[in-house]
Design a protein around this ligand. Structure first.
Ligand code: TTP
Ligand code: MG
Ligand code: MG
Length: 463
């Protein structure tokens, strides 16, 4: 392990909620809750103001509404969050070629490998400058942890939250970790946590005291050995620049071309299931479902569909693959079929996705169905999700504060404006139309989110 705190961990503060607050001046300093808004919805995240009411990620939305009835409730805008994430990751790549993203709002950076820092002083400076740059470019705050290992850098950024920077000086790691609960260590989930507790081990220090043999006896060789090392603050894991797995896919070539359309459909379902098993096996989920078809004449087509959020739900992947197959002509026969999932993430938002789909099904069933981007169904334009941007012919740019009973309430404000006024329209007001998000920092880079990923579902074809 190195003896300088030159591994940096960045995590954006209340990411989705902070983007919404930056985008909507009237919500700054207020309780904001982002997530699935239907009866089975869950909270994606809450602003720090909302956390004082006890509202946190993964909580059922119904419970959040009881705890914070006056908060602003918004559905996520993944396209916008992705574009901000790209801006942040670009700043990290200026510091080092070794940047390891863990999710949209989080990454490790090896500052030493980039020549950006070589000791505590230079690491602190780099971390402080990064936080300032992130604020200038995105208008948002992120917290930075600096330490000699990934495990401790991540613990440091957690301690720095919100809007801070913490350095864990090499040599102080064990004293710091000792009193912390075992769940602090990477790889200790609820199950392992319970197992350790039943053995009377609650803190990191108690793992160290129990000794390696006891840990191996409790948790098996690999896990016990790794956890014991972590408890002693030994963490040699390098920062790895690229996730090796960019997509997970499976395919089959058939000895005899398949002509029967029903059989083709069944094969695609089988491949979808196999693909999901591989995806789950790797602990991943993904947003883009890809179907590959090679026809009797060796012409090869791929069709893809991008979902609102990552999934590892076999039913969702199967349905998407079946929809994609609908758009492929297989008369003449099929030699090869493949199903893949890309746009991988390391946590699943299947609950949120299922909920998002459920919300749409309530309001506008057609919108849950894949449509080519060019042909937006008329009904989708009459659905006004809470928090999404709109433009009114007369009043300009705003966002949907609420809708129902044939009415839509819009607050007219932009990231750079004063908090704006609210007006109500008929849901079919001809002057009102959906709009792309504006840049969060006036004059800054394009806010984005208007691309194919921003719609409820986008379908792309090639070949
Ligand atoms: P986190 O970094 O875990 O949380 P956060 O950025 O909202 O807040 P903190 O300041 O504590 O870091 O997750 C980043 C984003 O990922 C979060 O804004 C929303 C999304 N997310 C979910 O959709 N579901 C979840 O269960 C979690 C944990 C996060
Ligand atoms: Mg975060
Ligand atoms: Mg995070």
């Amino acid at each position: 392990m190195r003896n300088t705190p030159t591994i940096l961990h960045l995590d954006m503060d209340a990411f989705f909620a902070s983007v919404e607050q930056a985008s909507k001046p009237s919500l700054r300093g207020k309780a904001v809750i982002v997530g699935g808004l239907g009866p089975r919805g869950v909270v994606s995240t809450s602003s720090y103001e909302a956390r004082t009411f006890g509202v946190y990620s993964a909580m059922p939305m119904a419970q959040a509404r009881r705890l914070a009835p006056n908060a602003a409730y918004l559905v996520p805008r993944f396209g916008l969050y992705r574009s901000i994430s790209e801006q942040v990751m670009a700043l990290l790549r200026e510091l080092s070629p070794l940047v390891e993203p863990l999710s949209l709002d989080e990454a490790f950076v090896d500052l030493e490998a980039g020549g950006t820092a070589w000791d505590e002083g230079s690491a602190r400076l780099a971390g402080a400058k990064l936080r300032a740059d992130i604020r200038a470019v995105t208008g948002l705050t992120g917290s930075v942890g600096l330490a000699a290992s990934k495990m401790l850098a991540k613990i440091a950024s957690e301690q720095a939250k919100p809007d801070g920077l913490v350095v864990i000086e090499p040599g102080t790691e064990r004293a710091l970790l000792g009193p912390m609960p075992v769940r602090t260590l990477p790889g200790v989930g609820p199950a392992t946590g319970d197992q350790l507790r039943r053995a009377g081990i609650a803190t990191v220090e108690e793992i160290a005291e129990a000794g390696e043999d006891e840990l191996v006896r409790l948790l098996g060789k690999a896990h016990g050995h790794a956890l014991y090392a972590m408890a002693l603050a030994h963490d040699e894991r390098p920062v790895v620049a690229e996730r090796e797995t960019k997509s997970v896919s499976v395919e089959d070539t058939y000895d005899v071309d398949i002509h029967d359309r029903v059989r083709v459909g069944l094969e695609v379902q089988r491949l979808a299931d196999r693909c999901v098993r591989r995806l789950r096996g790797a602990g991943l989920s993904g947003r883009t479902i890809v179907l590959k078809v090679r026809r009797y004449d060796f012409s090869t087509l791929t069709r893809s569909e991008t979902l609102r959020g990552p999934t590892d739900d076999p039913a969702v992947v199967r349905e998407a693959a079946a929809r994609l197959l609908d758009s492929v002509d297989t008369t003449g026969g099929v030699r090869l079929l493949g199903v893949g999932v890309s746009g991988l993430a390391d946590y699943t938002q299947e609950d949120l996705f299922a909920q998002a789909a459920g919300d749409l099904a309530d309001a506008a069933p057609e919108e849950a169905v894949a449509e080519p981007v060019e042909e937006r169904p008329a009904v989708a334009e009459r659905h006004w999700p809470a928090g999404h941007d709109v433009r009114h012919a007369e009043h300009g740019h705003g966002w949907v504060q609420g809708s129902g009973l044939g009415r839509v309430t819009v607050r007219f404000e932009t990231p750079g404006s004063e908090p704006g006024r609210v007006r109500t329209f008929r849901a079919d007001d001809p002057g009102l139309e959906p709009a792309d998000p504006l840049p969060l920092v006036p004059g800054g880079a394009e806010g984005g989110g208007g691309g194919p990923g921003a719609g409820p579902v986008a379908v792309r074809g090639s070949g």
